[in-house]
Unconditional design. Structure first.
Length: 96
């Protein structure tokens, strides 16, 4: 079954291929842009978390692993002070 068997001209086939290529490229660019936007937001959130930890009198923020949680106490995973993930506030937005 070639394109001729369906009654399409070569121009229509080329136009359809160009349209599909444009759509794939456009969606790819959107996905890549979203990835880098999310990466920047994650870094900003990390900087805010470190600044909040330092201003809260937490001592040296580099003493423990920020992502791995605090070595002192067993805070909840959603606590902004132990660096745990999975909380609602970790999506790149600050809680009101």
């Amino acid at each position: 079954m070639t394109y001729r068997s369906r009654g399409r001209s070569i121009f229509e086939v080329i136009l359809a291929v160009c349209f599909v290529a444009f759509l794939v490229g456009f969606i790819t660019v959107l996905c890549i842009g979203n990835y880098f936007r999310a990466k920047r937001a994650q870094e900003r959130q990390r900087q805010r978390r470190l600044a909040k930890l330092a201003s809260a009198g937490g001592g040296n923020p580099n003493a423990g692993s920020v992502r791995g949680g605090s070595s002192v106490g067993g805070g909840s995973p959603r606590s902004p002070y132990n660096g745990g993930g999975g909380g609602v506030g970790d999506a790149g937005h600050e809680a009101p």
